[in-house]
Design a protein around this ligand. Structure first.
Ligand code: FAD
Length: 379
């Protein structure tokens, strides 16, 4: 049976990020196998994150960032500017081109277009079984397949559709991104529109809903189109890029647990922030920790546990999203109006101290949080 140092079961964002970081480390000579049934196909995704500087994996030619943003509802617009942070954008096609370019220059990294059926591990090695090419052995397997083994009914999902459009007329202010516009179609869920303006004539506009229901892509697309008409009137535009997604919003561990030589990665490892869906920056951070531990000889901490108080905050927000979704616009507006954006975004990245959280939360209107606390549950 062919043996590799590392096998990646899934070569998406997390799998490729780990390989990229390995190739940047002292382990760059390792024998690596990436197994993915979609090898060669690049998904349309827009990865955004906030940071003081662009992350090392983000190629310079593909960097776009904003220092200002706004939230708005039917009554008011709240405009804010970052102090030290910026909000970065990376297109999946630039990410794949950059990472695959590096991988191609390293012949000890191999791709296999196949489906992983099963992974298992012992104290000294791991084994990966594929659908068409048999089994492979390795020192560690990194698994980013999503294999939900729990009942996911009633799970809240973030569903969205986004169009990158080029309009004939100038419509956008490229200096300020629209983080959340709550002035959307009437719905019983929490809906908002997210706008990334790249130029006066060009923007990615995304219609998003937090929902337990199925929402057909066409329904989201209709909502997005009517938002555009309501906001900009009858406009002519060309669609340059389209993305859609469904991100599970849960604090439960739906996914496979780690074993001694089997390490879950990415969304499958629970690295998606339950209340916002952001994952990209944490993927980079956790992959860096994995590489550092591998360089030191072995992996001792495979789980990257989240601090309990952040799980608690997420559960409160998810309780509100489940029971009183129409209160969420007020919660976000309140959060961003009562504290500096850097503090709020650091809180959303789980990087604040308890003292900072007290400062942040004490500035909020308590009513809805007390209701959330009284009906508290794990989501
Ligand atoms: C459209 C979209 C936009 C997003 N935008 C952002 C954003 O702006 N910021 C942010 O922080 N997060 C964002 N996210 C969330 C998150 O960052 C992404 O979903 C990210 O791709 C997660 O990386 P991953 O490696 O866990 O999953 P994926 O990138 O989906 O990779 C999983 C890989 O596993 C493969 N696979 C599945 N089954 C098997 C199998 N049986 N055998 C082998 N391989 C298999 C898949 O083909 C896939 O390539 C977005 C998500 C989506 C869907």
């Amino acid at each position: 049976m062919r043996h590799y140092d590392y096998i990646l079961a899934g070569g998406g964002c997390a799998g490729l990020s780990l390989v990229y970081q390995l190739l940047e480390s002292s382990l760059k000579e390792a024998n690596i196998l990436i197994i993915d049934p979609t090898e060669g196909e690049i998904p349309n995704k827009t990865w955004c994150y906030w940071s003081t500087e662009a992350l090392p994996i983000h190629p310079e030619y593909a960097r776009f960032s904003w220092k200002s943003f706004y939230l708005k509802d039917t009554q008011k617009k709240l405009s804010k500017s970052f102090e030290h942070l910026a909000y970065y954008h990376l297109n999946s096609h630039d990410f794949y081109a950059h990472v695959l370019g590096k991988i191609k220059a390293n012949p000890q990294v191999h791709f296999l277009k196949d489906e992983v059926i099963q992974v298992s591990s012992t104290a000294s090695s791991a084994q990966v079984e594929t659908k068409s090419y048999g089994s492979f052995q390795c020192s560690y397997v990194f698994d980013s397949r999503i294999c939900s083994n729990e009942n996911t009914q009633n799970l809240l999902n973030q569903v969205f559709i986004g169009l990158r459009i080029k309009s004939e007329t100038a419509l956008f202010d490229p200096k300020s991104l629209g983080l959340m516009d709550f002035d959307t179609e009437a719905s019983t869920d929490f809906d908002f529109v997210y706008t990334l303006p790249f130029a006066t004539h060009e923007a990615l506009i995304e219609y998003t809903a937090y929902t337990t229901q199925e929402r057909e892509e066409q329904v989201l697309l209709d909502a997005l189109t009517s938002y555009l008409t309501k906001k900009y009137g009858t406009i002519s535009y060309e669609i340059q890029f389209r993305e859609s997604g469904k991100i599970p919003m849960t604090t439960r561990n739906l996914f496979a647990p780690s074993q001694s030589r089997l390490v879950p990665l990415g969304t499958a490892a629970g690295w998606t922030k339950p209340s916002t869906g952001y994952t990209f920056a944490l993927i980079q951070e956790n992959c860096a920790q994995i590489v550092k531990q591998l360089e030191q000889g072995h992996l001792k901490n495979l789980k990257f546990p989240r601090k309990k108080r952040f799980i608690f905050y997420d559960n409160i927000l998810l309780t509100i999203a489940h029971r009183w979704p129409k209160k969420l616009p007020g919660v976000f507006l309140n959060l961003f109006s009562s504290a500096s954006p850097d503090l709020v975004f650091r809180f959303l990245s789980e990087k604040t101290s308890f003292r900072e959280e007290i400062r942040l939360l004490s500035g909020l209107k308590f009513g809805i949080f007390i209701k959330g606390l009284l009906r508290y549950g794990t989501h």
